[in-house]
Structure formats: C-alpha cells, structure tokens
Design a protein around this ligand. Structure first.
Ligand SMILES: C[S@@+](CC[C@H](N)C(=O)[O-])C[C@H]1O[C@@H](n2cnc3c(N)ncnc32)[C@H](O)[C@@H]1O
Length: 273
C-alpha cells in the first residue's frame, strides 16, 4: 500500500478545482485525492496515436459490441465517486459520466490522458499508476477496470489498491480478456472457424501482438492470467466475487460472430468486505 503525501491538487494534474467543488457530492472530499510519484511509464504511451484511432472509430473494436452488458449488469448505480483505472483516451469514463457517475479517470500514459481531457473538459483525469492510486482509503464507491488489469504490470497490486480505495460494500467492476480466449486463436475470422489452442492455460504469460484491420493497426502488449489468478488476487484483497458473466457480442456485429462460440471477455463484479 503506498503512503501518499496529501496535497492540494496542483496544475500538474490539471484537476479543475472550481469544477470539482461544483460537482462534489456528499462523501469523499477533494482532500481524498493525493499525488503519488509515477514510476515507469505505460507501454501504451508509444501506441497512443494508434489507440486513439482504434478506440474512437465507432464499431471498430469489440468495445462497442460488449459494453451494453457491462454497463447494464456489472456496474451498479452511481455513488459519490467512481474511479476508472486504465482509462486510456477516456471512452469508458465518458460512458460512465453519461450514466450519472462522477468519474475520476486514471492512466499512466500522459498522451492518452490529454486526449481524454480534450474530449471531456469537465471530467477529472489523473496521471497515476493503477498499482499506487492517488486516492485515500475508502474514498470511492465503485472502481472500474475495463480491459486494464491485463495491461498493468502488477495486477495483484492494482486489485489491492482498488480494494483499499473502496468503501466497505463498494464494488470493483472488471472486464478482462477471457482466460480461455488467451489460450489460442481462431484459424479464420469466419463464424464457424476452428479455435486452435496454442498456449498453456495456466500461469502468467506475456503477450504481444499486432492487429491490423480496416486500415487501422494496433500493437497489444500485456499479460494473460488464468481465472484462478484473478480470483486469488480478489481473495487477498478482501474482495468477494458476486457476479461472473461471459458476455456474448451483439448479434449486430457480424465480424464477431465466432466469439458467440468461445468467450472473448470475462466480466466480474466483487464487493469490498
Ligand atoms: C486496453 S487500454 C483500455 C482503455 C480503456 N479502459 C478502454 O477500454 O477504452 C489499457 C489502458 O491501461 C493503461 N495502463 C497500463 N498500465 C497502467 C498502470 N500501471 N496504471 C494505470 N494505467 C495503466 C494503459 O495506458 C491503457 O490506456
């Protein structure tokens, strides 16, 4: 657990103080946000331009075909503060805000944070490491980690930090690539393609791969984990898993039909005991 030094938010984080006061609800106060030294940068910084195009081209990646079950089933009604860990250019945080959440987006990539702020000038976005959150203990009702736990170098620490900043009864809402989907690949992109297992399911494993489609290219890097590793991280952090879902993509996404046979994502919700 980090021992953050309490400070007033300065210009480095560009937290809009006046706006923050206006938006503040009963519950955690401004003093609940700290500055914590940020260590090594995100591998995503170098991919920021590619990710911007990939993530903001509506319908291009799987987010558009999977977000509905996440927001409808996994994310509870808003409380005083929702934190998104690994917010990237900010689309999940913007979707949360549109649903009434007072959201703080956290990311390690300065360029992605700038893009998130540009797209949502009223939002709060902080440069910080998900495994050393700049937030006080028990200062948030909901933590969302949407496709970020596999990208954060220390997944265990990120889960422990999420738990630390949650109030008792608060929820950690997670989307990760399904451990099953990490074991192999489809041999084509057709709906009836064969899924070929090429990797060992068990153990933490590094992945790195380039995806190119419809004129857009993106290099994805991170780690894959078996289900048990996530469950053990939750156990250690005092988080009780209350929802497990293996969502199907919208039938309106023809390029994802094969993922109606093998799960692409895993949705989890855990409660802080
Ligand atoms: C796949 S992107 C997801 C972005 C966003 N949640 C979405 O779904 O559009 C993963 C994000 O995690 C961020 N990230 C990686 N390591 C991190 C860390 N240690 N702390 C905070 N964010 C991190 C990356 O910079 C990147 O923006």
């Amino acid at each position: 657990m980090p021992s953050p030094r309490q400070i007033n938010i300065g210009s480095n984080n560009r937290l809009p103080a006046r706006r923050w006061r206006r938006r503040r609800a009963p519950g955690p106060t401004r003093a609940a946000i700290y500055r914590v030294p940020v260590g090594a940068g995100s591998e995503w910084e170098g991919e920021a331009g590619n990710w911007l195009r990939w993530a903001r081209t509506e319908g291009h990646d799987a987010y558009w075909a999977y977000r509905r079950p996440f927001f409808e089933t996994i994310v509870p009604a808003p409380g005083a503060r929702t934190v998104e860990v690994g917010c990237g250019e900010g689309r999940v945080s913007r979707d949360l805000s549109a649903r009434g959440h007072r959201t703080v987006g956290i990311d390690l990539s300065p360029t992605l944070l700038r893009l998130a702020r540009d797209a949502d000038p009223d939002g709060t976005y902080l440069l910080a490491d998900g495994s050393a959150l700049p937030l006080a203990d028990a200062s948030c009702d909901i933590v969302v980690a949407y496709n970020s736990l596999m990208d954060i170098a220390d997944m265990d620490a990120a889960v422990a930090e999420a738990s630390r900043v949650l109030v008792p009864g608060g929820r950690l809402c997670v989307c990760v690539t399904h451990p099953m989907s990490n074991t192999g690949r489809f041999d084509t992109s057709e709906a009836d393609a064969s899924f070929v297992v090429t990797e060992t399911y068990f153990g933490r494993r590094r992945f790195e791969g380039v995806e190119a489609r419809d004129g857009l290219t993106m290099t994805f890097r991170g780690w894959s984990y078996p289900l048990e590793d996530y469950a053990r991280a939750f156990e250690r952090a005092g988080l009780l898993i209350e929802l497990v879902r293996e969502p199907l993509p919208d039938a309106t996404a023809p390029h994802l039909l094969r993922w109606r046979r093998v799960p692409l994502f895993l949705h989890l919700r855990a409660v802080r005991s």
